[in-house]
Design a protein around this ligand. Sequence first.
Ligand SMILES: Cc1ncc(COP(=O)(O)O)c(C=O)c1O
Length: 359
Amino acid sequence: MVYRSWAEIYKDRLIQNTESIYKFVKKDIFAVVKADAYGHGSVEISKILEKIPYVKKLCVATAIEGKELKENKINKEILVLGGILKDEVEYFNTYNLQPVISDFEQLYLVKELKNRSIHLKFDTGMNRLGFYDDDIAQIIKFLKENRINLEGVMSHFPSADIDPDFTLYQIKRFKNIINIFEKEGFKLKYKHIQNSAGLVYRCDYCNAVRVGITLYGEKPFPHFPVDIKTVMSVKAKLISIKKLKKGDKVSYGGTFTADKDMKIGVVSFGYADGLPRELSNKGYFLINGKKVKILGNVTMDMTIVDLSQVEELNIGDEVLVVGKNGEFEITFSDVANICNTIPYEIMCRISKRVQRIIL
Ligand SMILES: Cc1ncc(COP(=O)(O)O)c(C=O)c1O
């Protein structure tokens, strides 16, 4: 294979994860494929997911992301979570995208849409995007006056993985919002607040969930009760093997010094491929089922590892950056923990240069 770094995407695991989530929650699924499907490749992932009947929508962050899907012949309905800006109206009309509307500026733009069908977003405590409860009267007046179809109402959980009390408060607050719309005669097709971590909360008045990270097989918290499997393995080639003498320094800045003679290797995967530089002298890869430590600073295209414990190696051998080999596994969460971040960020960082291969 000519690629020096690649990501294997296991289609069957993506489908199984989606099915497991559906069986667990028994609600329609809005598959979150924004940010290039969390680094997995949004077009290919959407092609797989759009065939599943209970996946009702694909969620992107921006109109440009929606455009990419439509230009690649994705037919499923596309919901743009990040809403609409004036400059984007044309894209919404050309590609028949549906916006999530979260403030009055955006709501007034809906008059310029050919298809006046929207979801409204309410802020129930995250304080990012969303209307507040006391905006409702003004919103309803505008919707009625301008014959806008309110297909759905949504909110979002910021802390479902760590703060049950706050999440339950949000569920209650969101229910009041839904009640007001329903009392006013709105027949809402979709009501949705749950993300992956939120799947474990009872929220019977909602009928859809917006899930991302769990589709891709990463648990939002350690004892997450749904059986899901990592969808992407990240791999690279070993491109050089050499010897270090005691006292030699490694890589930019010479932050590693050998305390004995060593065998080292150069792996064709660096921060331009998405490997966090924070892994310098801290992270590890897997080669031939063995853990190999990263030595010195991660560089743009290459990373140096300690091969002292690995025998029978050849140039071109496969190195696992994320994935399972033998008794060891490196997950996105493992990498994230070392870097003091979240698996979402590590997934999204896997760059374009890393060829996605659907298996
Ligand atoms: C508005 C919204 N809904 C749902 C999701 C999906 O979240 P998760 O990947 O945790 O399931 C996101 C992700 O960031 C989001 O921003």
